[in-house]
Design a protein around this ligand. Structure first.
Ligand SMILES: Cc1cc2nc3c(=O)[nH]c(=O)nc-3n(C[C@H](O)[C@H](O)[C@H](O)COP(=O)(O)OP(=O)(O)OC[C@H]3O[C@@H](n4cnc5c(N)ncnc54)[C@H](O)[C@@H]3O)c2cc1C
Length: 440
């Protein structure tokens, strides 16, 4: 059995940046394990980078202050923006139009955040990952290797039981970093439970993705590539925000086996005539049910059932009239639906049949406000896709080094509730690496 000082589960931004930091700190015998044959995690998707301490992570959850977050973002920026195809798309300094947007949003009861943003595009994802992998000189990549179980054999003695090409194999390590992303979050929760690693249920984000002819949103996205509007709804007092805007992008469907979720991305060069963005409502549960995962999955399965195994899409024109969208009238010119041609694969139907009423109220109230800030987004042709759900919900209580209650086991990234995006995942990976270096 091969012995390591540090084993990292997951080759997404949390895993890769932690390995870069561990090498920088002089550690050796490091390996990244990933079930995929190519080390990337979510780095192959779109690649919008938000450099703002309010976006994509929570400084309280990471137990850092704003100054430290900003310093770490600079370190990450230095690495990622050295990749030549990563381009700055939102400029904050000297952007005179931002103040007007902040004022207009506030007039309609919304907060507006404009982070400095960079983008490499889905088509450049592989080249970016090759560039990051090239920085790592001493790290082994154990790819196509699925971790099935974790074992603690004593102080600083852990074993990873894995499957590679159907064969069982094990690795031994002194310290373990779990960065399994959202796709591995539920496997890790079960594995953590078996090892008595403490966890809590955090909030999830449930909502929709809008796709519209880009001419309606260009006025905003020409100023800020991925604008962040945050609403507090008057009816329920809940938080709703825009997220992951893709000017000239496409709507994507993610397959989770017994349900499907909506997402979106964009290429660097080739553009569609549309823009898409998510509008999501933060939902936290207490008693008698705190399991936000179960709640979110039931919503997703309801859409899957009603959409015949696909997500649902509905024209705003139909939604306003309280009727479902149908194949027959989906591209009707008399109803002005031809203005936006769908790029995502979903079933024309009725969003409000599957979405809980409180969430639907919140989303529609926020959309009406947004339509006042950006007139035209609620054109009848605009498409509402659902469900878009972000499961960042399992949180692990850790110390400030992201070490769990089991000494020697650290967590980072989206799958551990420590981030909600590439930059946040990278920050959490670096924090964990520094903690591991102190221990090893
Ligand atoms: C379509 C789409 C577009 C996105 N666009 C953006 C964007 O523009 N900007 C942004 O900031 N974020 C974006 N995101 C989110 C971003 O990808 C994630 O926030 C980020 O990748 C999280 O990093 P991570 O390291 O925590 O996990 P991940 O990147 O998900 O990596 C986790 C890795 O762990 C591996 N793994 C899981 N379980 C196991 C196991 N049991 N054994 C072995 N390996 C395992 C997985 O195979 C995966 O490679 C997008 C996501 C999607 C789906």
């Amino acid at each position: 059995m091969k012995n390591y000082n540090v084993l990292i589960i997951g080759s997404g931004p949390a895993g890769l940046f932690s390995a870069i930091e561990l090498e920088k700190l002089g550690l050796d015998k490091i390996a990244i394990v990933d079930r995929n044959p190519y080390p990337a995690g979510g780095l192959l998707n779109d690649g919008k980078l938000n450099f703002d301490y309010r976006v994509g992570f929570d400084i309280d959850e990471l137990q850092i202050d704003r100054a430290r977050a900003e310093k770490m973002m600079q370190e990450i920026k230095k690495v990622l923006t050295r990749f030549p195809r990563c381009k700055q798309v939102t400029f904050i300094n000297g952007n005179g139009k931002l103040a007007a947007l902040v004022a207009m949003a506030s007039e309609h009861g919304a907060q507006f955040i404009a982070p400095e943003q960079w983008h490499w595009g889905t088509d450049n994802g592989k080249a970016l990952v090759d560039y990051l992998r090239g920085i790592l000189k001493k790290t082994d990549f154990l790819l196509g290797t699925e971790v099935s179980a974790l074992e603690c054999r004593g102080v600083n003695d852990f074993r990873l039981n894995c499957l590679k090409s159907g064969k069982k194999t094990s690795y031994r390590t002194r310290a373990l970093l779990a960065a399994p992303g959202r796709s591995g979050a539920y496997w890790f929760r079960d594995a953590a439970r078996a090892m008595n690693i403490h966890h809590n249920f955090g909030p999830i984000d449930v909502g929709i993705r809008l796709e519209l002819n880009r001419k309606f949103y260009d006025a905003i996205t020409d100023i800020v590539y991925d604008p962040k509007f945050i609403f507090k709804t008057s009816r329920h007092g809940d938080k709703v925000r825009t997220f992951c805007t893709n000017p000239g992008g496409r709507v994507r469907v993610e397959n989770y086996g017994d349900f499907k979720l909506i997402n979106g991305d964009a290429f660097s060069g080739r553009k569609t005539p549309n823009t898409n963005f998510a509008l999501i409502n933060t939902v936290a549960l207490t008693k008698p049910l705190s399991d936000t995962t179960e709640f979110g999955q039931r919503i997703a399965k309801q859409f899957y059932l009603l959409g015949g195994g696909k997500p649902i899409m509905q024209r705003v024109g139909d939604f306003r009239e309280g009727r479902r969208s149908s194949e027959a009238t989906f591209n009707s010119a008399t109803r002005h639906f031809e203005v936006c041609k769908a790029t995502g694969s979903a079933t024309p139907g009725d969003i409000s049949l599957a979405m809980p009423a409180r969430i639907m109220d919140n989303l529609w109230e926020s959309l009406k406000k947004l339509d006042k800030i950006v007139p035209g987004i609620l054109h009848p042709s605009t498409l509402i896709y659902a469900p878009e759900i972000k499961f960042f919900d399992t949180q692990y209580p850790t110390d400030c080094n992201l070490e769990t209650n089991i000494k020697g086991i650290f967590v980072a990234g989206d799958g551990a509730g420590k981030s909600r995006g590439i930059v946040g995942a990278a920050i959490s990976g670096i924090i964990a690496a520094r903690g591991i270096a102190r221990r090893c």
